[in-house]
Design a protein around this ligand. Structure first.
Ligand code: A3P
Length: 308
């Protein structure tokens, strides 16, 4: 069965996760393990802008926002696929098939013209230490309940992200740090702390972008030292609404269906809402996630909004 094949290829997935990168014990792919040092020692440029996040937190949205600001609202240039304009640096061609193509991504990023907008889900501690000393980092975080729902549907969409349990078992796996890039709080909290003292790190919340997209764009522009005209600001705000972005074939990743890596039913740009979890969680599951969240946030001053 697919499950047997998967567990054969990823023998430690179920209980111990994949590669546990140190520090932090993050669940990463075997390809990551082979390239961990190269990624840590990756040659950064001072004008790089890195977009960091836990998966399903609004990465794609933020990448498009940052790319357009950094490129002075070049909407023509933005018709090129986002994945090529802003590569996902540690992306293996296919997690399941073990293709060591992180090399290709490293080459792609190495050859990209400045300013580079680089996407990664790796936590700061596993990335080049110069990242926030010389470059700019835009971190985006989303409340854990909506991330769990979005990540669950993502596992159903991506063929090689094998998971055939229900949402409840996915949520439990998530809380036990057994999904790719776990632990969720480990990565967010280190970025949250870093952003407090490091002026090259901007910490955004998905929910703030939802509530006030225009204000979010202005904040990112200020952070990147760019000024936008009223007209550019209005156009960019329109460009980045869920309604428009989900129809934009340069960004919505629908090509995953023709390339065969996505299942036919389902969409990468799924719903784009805050509070969708309410339609999916039982009160008991919601309570368990609240408890888990509370125990992980003890001692931290970060607060998540799970409904706006
Ligand atoms: P949902 O699955 O809840 O719809 P990432 O890019 O980190 O994988 O995050 C994907 C999530 O961001 C998806 O969430 C997707 O719909 C949402 N998203 C993408 N573009 C968005 C936009 N313009 N406005 C709101 N949400 C957006």
């Amino acid at each position: 069965s697919l499950e047997e094949q998967f567990l054969k290829d990823f023998p430690s997935y179920d209980v111990e996760g994949l590669v546990r990168g140190e520090p932090g014990g993050f669940v990463l792919t075997p390809q990551y393990g082979e390239h961990a040092e190269e990624l840590y020692n990756f040659h950064v440029r001072p004008d790089d802008i890195w977009v960091l996040s836990f998966p399903k937190s609004g990465t794609t949205w933020t990448q498009e926002l940052v790319w357009l600001i950094a490129n002075d609202c070049d909407f023509e240039g933005a018709k090129k696929k986002l994945n090529d304009r802003s590569p996902f640096i540690e992306k293996g061609e296919n997690h399941y098939a073990h293709l060591p193509s992180i090399e290709k991504q490293l080459e792609l990023v190495g050859n990209l013209a400045s300013p580079r907008i680089i996407k990664t889900h790796l936590p700061l501690d596993l990335l080049p230490p110069q990242l926030s000393e010389t470059c700019k980092v835009v971190y985006v975080a989303r409340n854990p309940k909506d991330v769990i729902v979005s990540y669950y549907f993502h596992h159903q969409l991506i063929k090689f992200h094998y998971f055939d349990g229900d949402l409840q078992s996915f949520a439990h796996r998530f809380m036990q740090d057994q999904v790719f890039y776990s632990p969720y709080f480990g990565q967010i909290l280190s970025a949250w702390e870093r952003a407090k003292t490091d002026e090259n790190v901007l910490f955004l919340f998905y929910e703030d972008l939802k509530k006030d997209l225009r204000g979010g764009i202005e904040r990112v522009a200020r952070f990147l030292g760019k000024s936008l005209s009223e007209d550019q600001l209005a156009k960019l705000t329109q460009h980045l609404t869920f309604e428009n972005l989900s129809k934009n074939s340069a960004v919505n990743k629908e090509e995953g269906k023709t390339s065969g890596s996505f299942n036919e039913n389902g969409q990468f740009m799924r719903k784009g809402e805050t509070g969708d979890w309410e339609k999916h969680f039982s009160p008991e599951l919601s309570r368990q996630i609240d408890e888990w969240t509370e125990s992980n946030l003890r001692g931290s001053d970060i607060t998540f909004v799970d409904k706006i």
